[in-house]
Design a protein around this ligand. Sequence first.
Ligand code: G6Q
Length: 543
Amino acid sequence: MAGKRPTETAAWAALTAHHAAIKDRHLRQLFAEDPKRAETFSAEGAGIFLDYSKNRITAETLRLLLDLARERDVAGRRDAMFRGEKINATEKRAVLHVALRAPRGTRIAVDGQDVVPEVHAVLDRMGAFAREIRSGSWKGHTGKRIRNVINIGIGGSYLGPEMACLALREFTDKAMSFRFVSNVDGANFTAATDGLDPAETLFIISSKTFTTLETMTNAATARRWIVEGLDTEAAVAKHCVAVSTNTEGVTKFGIDPSRMFGFWDWVGGRYSMDSAIGLSSMIAIGPERFAEMLAGFHAMDEHFRTAPPERNLPLLMGLLTVWYNNFFGAETLGIMPYAAPLARFPAYLQQLQMESNGKHVDLDGNHVAWQTGPIIWGEPGTDGQHSFYQLIHQGTKLIPCDLIGFCEKLSPLAEQHDLLMANLFAQAEAFAFGKTADEFKAEGSPDFQTPFRVTEGNRPTNVILADRLEPRTLGSLVALYEHSVFTQGAVWAIDSFDQWGVELGKVLAGRIIPELAAKAAPTHGHDSSTNGLIARYRQRRGW
Ligand code: G6Q
């Protein structure tokens, strides 16, 4: 492991003492002391403005957090990632999602080989295919044009494309429908194909490994649905394409490699929405808009790589997460987009952050003696305000939140946008400053009610503002969180790019599947609970 353990750094000890000294200071006090606080604690980059002044920090906190980043060599690790070094140590892989959005002509090498030309070769093929589908020049087996695109994939091969399709709906081709099948529950496939004509439907089978149970099962179902619906095996050629790193698996499944779009082992699933995994997004918004999204990603990559630490958005956000997670003992981070099209953004970030930083051993394989990744959750504002915000305002837990908003309207209903944004600003204000007993009394609140009405405030938030929810901004926003996650992982000395827990999950069901078959012998091999549940299930199914 490079460098000292996080808890052995001088900055960690200093932050521990500093936390003890300032933990009870109220944001009311901090704002009163410094009229320029908002200016001091805000930064801007790649089209994103971050106001982090409503965090429980002082200039000293920031200084110490930046010391921690230095002692943990976050910048050195970042540069190693950008250079294509194998920083995913447990899988001995480079981590190069930044290469997916590197402009033509940039050189990024893995094992001495420049990968950028390959990236653009795939993007060009995707672009040509997307144009064929969008223009209708690609015909289905019966000669009809494709009107429905269904992405079959799960986890990293699903959450990004679905999130982006919803987020960028305004830019999608409205003559087409885009749907997603992820779950092995057949109800997912049935609902997604409900009412669709197989002659007008294209399946994109997206799987890095092309072995994932859910995706392989749904892909086989899709294939049957096409063959039965169009009465011939030959139809598969026009209605199924694949996105994968596994050419052999794709060929075996019956998809010709000419209809496969590749990517590479140095792209992690949860970092792949800007690779060929984004094919459904590209068909939805068109290759030019997709290129704008990549430019947004790249702008944030460059910001992360070059902006000075005290103005570096992902670095700051990552360090603030560390501050609450490791010093205040906060267990979660709420993500509240004040934008209905970002409804799936919290779910996307949940995978990005929790799969990356949900680790219990450090890079040496030793059990960590410090907290790692927080629980990520969230819902769009204003819906959350009428549901769980109560607990954030008046509960007993500290829940830092990111509130995300856009200055330009998200729909033609301009006046509603002002209402939406007024709510974002008001919530951030209320979280920070609360409302005191005196203020309630002055308003004539009955004494017996006042204690129940008081909101203490001192609830930290980041406010993230961008001008417009468009492809470029979405790219920057996703890259912002990717690099914040990187920063956290570097501080915690963990491998943010493996996912052994997921790998285990992938094989667990394998043993039980045959035990559920109607003709299988009764199960005895598990614990009494598992044996009992399987027996009950079989009995209720009438076996
Ligand atoms: C992502 C994870 C995981 C993965 C899915 C799908 O980082 O590894 O979510 O994306 O399990 O895997 P395949 O793309 O191989 O089907």
